[in-house]
Design a protein around this ligand. Structure first.
Ligand code: 2BA
Length: 107
């Protein structure tokens, strides 16, 4: 058995979760925050048998888009004048980790 841990954009989360549950997968959704942008994202947990991993990754990938986001930065220039120079960062689609699960129990 595997645990798929996938970090996705907030805007993609409802569609990803809808399509996973429609296909019979159980999903847990966590509200998370990216360390770099310090912006909210969504992490989903999906526990599945090994042979279903590619199906789940396919559904997540199909419904997750990459986006460019502007990261505000401030720099001190000559003469002590601050200027803001936003940096463009590409975010996503989804960042997925597939973890081995030794045992699952519903107690
Ligand atoms: P954030 O940490 O907020 O990162 C947002 C985006 O900023 C990243 O998109 C990447 O394009 C860029 N970025 C992140 N750290 C950077 C750095 N040190 N220098 C330059 N650019 C950087 P994604 O790679 O698509 O990641 C989206 C979100 O997925 C991340 O949000 C983070 O919450 C999570 N994530 C990605 N890789 C991870 C990893 N190896 N471990 C844990 N979480 C990860």
């Amino acid at each position: 058995m595997k645990m798929i841990l996938s970090i996705i954009n907030h805007d993609d989360a409802p569609t990803v979760i809808h399509n996973l549950t429609k296909e019979g997968f159980q999903v847990t959704k966590l509200a998370t925050t990216g360390g770099f942008l310090k912006a909210g994202n969504t992490t989903i947990l999906v526990g599945v048998n090994d042979e279903k991993v590619d199906t789940v990754l396919g559904i997540i990938s199909k419904h997750s888009r990459s986006r460019s986001q502007l990261l505000p930065t401030t720099e001190m220039g000559s003469g002590g004048v601050y200027s803001s120079m936003p940096v463009e960062v590409m975010v996503g689609g989804a960042t997925c980790f597939v973890l081995n699960i030794e045992r699952m129990e519903k107690a």
